[in-house]
Write a protein that binds this ligand. Structure first.
Ligand SMILES: CC(C)(COP(=O)(O)OP(=O)(O)OC[C@H]1O[C@@H](n2cnc3c(N)ncnc32)[C@H](O)[C@@H]1OP(=O)(O)O)[C@@H](O)C(=O)NCCC(=O)NCCS
Length: 201
């Protein structure tokens, strides 16, 4: 058998190592401000041309806005490359309803890495993190066919009145994270400044 030169053997070993592990090196972590550029790439490939500029600006705003309680966001990486992103921001009730809540927005996974459960991980980890913080409800404005998989229901969200009229009211959904009972009285709330833009609703 012909022997490969040492350097070629080394390259072959590295290539095989990469092939074996490339699909396994998934990492989920809190976002840092320096993640904006890689997240921008995910957004630009995940959303349509009409939507992506608005969403990229939203991500930049969310990463730089400071609130109490804090905006929390996560990225998933595969082999060190950011391929998914989600942000969770607090809501502020107009009256003291004794309920704490967050909004999930936006969520995106690169088209090259979809259907591997990355979107689910970003949502499940967000729900876990917020439950641990004692948050009562998580709201989202999105596709019921997708978010329904994670327990989001329109009945749970209907008492929560967003800051702007909704273009797609059927997409307004919520999931309870605690055993709190949500009353029937409509509860107006404000969101963080980054989301306080009529074009996002
Ligand atoms: C929605 C999104 C984040 C899902 O990411 P993902 O990593 O592929 O999600 P998961 O792997 O956890 O789940 C994939 C499953 O959800 C389904 N799914 C994805 N989008 C869906 C939708 N809008 N309605 C119903 N099902 C949907 C997929 O068909 C797949 O189904 P399967 O498990 O039966 O194969 C991704 O498709 C995306 O970035 N889309 C563009 C941006 C977007 O729409 N963001 C959310 C706003 S509603």
């Amino acid at each position: 058998m012909q022997r490969l030169p040492a350097s070629a053997t080394g390259m072959a070993v590295i290539t095989i190592f990469r092939l074996i592990f490339s699909s396994n090196l998934m990492n989920l972590r809190l976002t840092q401000k320096t993640d904006l550029d890689p997240i921008r790439k995910v957004i630009e490939t995940a959303f349509s041309d009409e939507e992506d500029k608005v969403i990229v600006n939203l991500v930049a705003d969310l990463l730089s806005e400071t609130t109490t309680p804090p905006i929390k966001s996560l990225v998933t990486e595969i082999d060190g490359e950011v391929v998914g992103y989600v942000s969770y921001s607090p809501i502020f009730s107009h009256r003291d309803a004794g309920i704490t809540g967050y909004i999930l927005a936006p969520l995106a996974v690169s088209p090259y890495h979809r259907k591997k459960g990355l979107g689910s991980k970003l949502i499940d980890e967000g729900k876990r993190m917020l439950s641990e913080d004692g948050i009562d409800i998580l709201l989202v404005y999105g596709d019921p066919n997708y978010y329904g998989r994670f327990g989001f229901r329109k009945e749970t969200a209907h008492s929560f009145v967003p800051p702007y009229p909704l273009r797609y009211p059927f997409g307004w959904l919520g999931v309870l994270l605690s055993d709190i009972v949500v009353g029937e009285i409509p509860m107006k709330f404000d969101c963080v400044t980054s989301l306080h833009k009529p074009e996002l609703w």
